[in-house]
Design a protein around this ligand. Sequence first.
Ligand code: NAD
Length: 456
Amino acid sequence: MIPQLVNNQKNFFKTRQTLDVTYRRDLLKKLLEELISREHQITEALYKDFKKPEFESVLTETAIVIQDLKLTIKKLKLWAKPKRVFPSLLNFPSSDYLYSEPYGTVLVIAPWNYPYQLAIAPLVGAIAAGNTVVLKPSELTPNTSNLINEIVKKVFKPEHATVIQGGVEVSTNLLEQQWGYIFFTGSVNVGKIVAKAAAPNLTPVTLELGGKNPCIIDETANIKLTAKRIVWGKFVNAGQTCIAPDYILIEQSKKEAFYKAIQAEIDEAYSTTPQDSKDFARIINKKNFDRLSKMLVDENCIIGGQTDADNLYISPTLIDEPKLDSEVMKDEIFGPILPVISYENETDLERIILSYNKPLSLYVFSTNSAKAKQLMKRFSFGGGCINDTIIHFANHRLPFGGVGNSGIGAYHGQHTFDTFSHKKAVVKKGNWLDLPMRYAPYKGKVGVIRKILKWL
Ligand code: NAD
């Protein structure tokens, strides 16, 4: 069934219908109408899947997709137009262009943590760029994935865009096919499997992965505001956010004040019994609940530390000074657990941060602007913020993606369109002049060409 489906998509691509920008834009408009009219169904599905609060679903899933889709519809003609670039004098006379052409048939594989947004945003970009698309949403969020399937079925012909549901087996089968492009969002380990599957056909890939994101708080930080912004960025989606702060590195003199401020902010946001709060999501499944619970064993949970397996609940938790080789400091946490490690100087910061692979994000809280900028330059990471967490995600002008182990490639806004387009370089040579310099015989020309190249 899957090879047949991929063939149908390839054949549809060959009809060149998707190359018509008006055709793409009309379908995106239809998609927009459908997404707007179903917004409530989408937030309900997300709540059913893991009690995601409606506010968070609107802010981080539906609104962001609608904003992105509106921008794409508005700008598509401009983005898709061949762009004239400044020509090289070496080619004089010429006019030079960049053509955006679709890759063909695109495979999108999405994760469960923002199961709607991380499936629809790449779909929009791939369609906008003129590709056909097979989308595999996460098997761990069946309500949201079923709804995505319904929506895509309603808007697109199956040979243009289709949803295939399933877990590892289906994903593996899909990866065995030959694609024009693969866009994967998920864990580092599966990202490596995707890269391997893409290698035999040299299929280009975007890998949106994860990592251990440091959050540095120096001695000049405004502790109350820092705590407020960290509580939001860490505990939104119950910490199951790829760009959530993974661990805190705090200048030692600030630690006690920080704990007090964090406790106050947790109480303010989720009350003194977060389990009863409607604003705090649940862990996606038992497997992840067990993985996270194991991180709490033998640790000093200075705040929180309560778990309830029946309800897949883990309270907002801070761990004081875990060892660097402890369970919680080994890999990306991806849950509402925040280890706090104090540091004395920048050598400590470097020793700890550089002992991990390049993270997806990094945050610095400091009122010393020069120092904050210097730290931003010192470390390599996908994207980040000074004096806030995760909000870089919201600006479509900023490319969103990782570096090194946290990913390959980036998207959002026009970057998404560009990700799904091959940029074809075209030089249109003028015929009214044909300078003889480059043609053989070369005798006597070396000196002249050297001078010209020096001058250019
Ligand atoms: P995951 O890697 O387990 O699964 C992602 C997708 O890959 C799912 O659709 C799943 O069905 C499929 N899959 C799982 N195992 C596979 C295998 N062996 N072969 C082929 N396909 C397979 O990730 P997840 O648990 O859904 O999501 C959490 C991870 O995703 C975290 O590491 C997080 O940091 C990362 N993430 C990254 C971003 C980003 O934008 N960079 C966004 C969200 C999540």
